[in-house]
Ligand binder design. Structure first.
Ligand SMILES: C[S@@+](CC[C@H](N)C(=O)[O-])C[C@H]1O[C@@H](n2cnc3c(N)ncnc32)[C@H](O)[C@@H]1O
Length: 201
C-alpha cells in the first residue's frame, strides 16, 4: 500500500517509527504512555477518548472487559487501574499499536492487560463490558461488521460504552444499533462527543 494511503488502522504501518512519551491526567489517575507515529492520536490523548474515560460507568456485571481498538492502550490501562481483579482484553488490527499497548501495560505494572489481535480472542470469550473509541474512519460497513461481532460477545446484562463524535455520525450509529436489536442510551454529550451505552441482544 502507498504510504499516502495508510491510516492509523493500517495493520502494519511502514511509516518510520518516531516515539513520544505523553502524560495523561484524568480525575482519578495519571498514565505515562509511549506512543508512536503510525498509530491513532500519538501526540496527545484523543479528546473523544478523554470524554469516554471521564464519563463511562464501571462494568455493570462481573467478568472480563474489552478495549475494542486499543491503540497504544489508554483505555485498557485506565480500566486495569480502575477495576483491579478484572482481565482487560485489548484488541487492535494495528500491530504497532498492540506492541505499544503491551509495553505500556508492562511499564505500568498492569499485568491484567492482555493485548492481542482480534482473531486471537477465542470465539467463546464473553465480556462484562466493552469500552471503545471505535474506528469511524474505516468506513460504515467495516465499522458495523466489527461492532456486531463484538456486541454479540457481551454477557447478559453486559454493556458497551462507545464514544463517537457528533459530526461523525453518533446519532445515526445509535439509530442503526437500535435497528439491529441493540438498544442504545445516550449517557452524555460533551465537547462534540456522545457516549453511547449499548446493550447486547
Ligand atoms: C479511534 S482509534 C482509538 C485508539 C485508542 N483506543 C485511543 O483511544 O487512543 C480506533 C482504533 O481501532 C483500531 N481498529 C480498526 N479496525 C479495527 C478492527 N476491525 N478491530 C479492532 N481494532 C480496529 C485502529 O487501528 C485504531 O487503533
Amino acid at each position: 500500500m502507498e504510504r499516502s494511503q495508510q491510516h492509523y488502522f493500517t495493520p502494519a504501518p511502514d511509516v518510520a517509527v518516531t516515539e513520544h512519551t505523553i502524560t495523561v491526567e484524568l480525575p482519578d489517575l495519571e498514565l505515562t504512555l509511549t506512543t508512536s507515529s503510525g498509530v491513532f492520536s500519538p501526540k496527545r490523548l484523543d479528546p473523544g477518548t478523554r470524554v469516554l474515560l471521564e464519563n463511562a460507568p464501571p462494568p455493570p456485571v462481573d467478568g472480563d472487559v474489552l478495549d475494542l481498538g486499543c491503540g497504544y492502550g489508554p483505555i485498557a490501562l485506565a480500566l486495569a487501574h480502575r477495576y483491579p481483579g478484572r482481565r482487560v482484553v485489548a484488541v487492535d488490527v494495528n500491530t504497532r499499536a498492540l506492541d505499544l499497548a503491551r509495553r505500556n501495560a508492562v511499564a505500568a505494572g498492569l499485568s491484567a492487560v492482555d493485548a492481542r489481535p482480534p482473531e486471537d480472542v477465542p470465539a467463546d470469550a464473553r465480556f462484562a463490558a466493552i469500552y471503545s473509541n471505535p474506528p469511524i474512519r474505516t468506513g460504515k460497513q467495516a465499522l458495523h461488521e466489527m461492532l456486531l461481532i463484538w456486541l454479540a460477545r457481551l454477557l447478559p446484562a453486559g454493556r458497551a460504552y462507545l464514544v463517537v463524535q457528533r459530526n461523525l455520525g453518533s446519532d445515526s450509529l445509535a439509530g442503526w444499533l437500535d435497528q439491529q436489536g441493540h438498544p442504545v442510551r445516550r449517557i452524555c454529550s460533551r465537547r462534540g462527543y456522545r457516549v453511547l451505552e449499548v446493550a447486547g441482544q
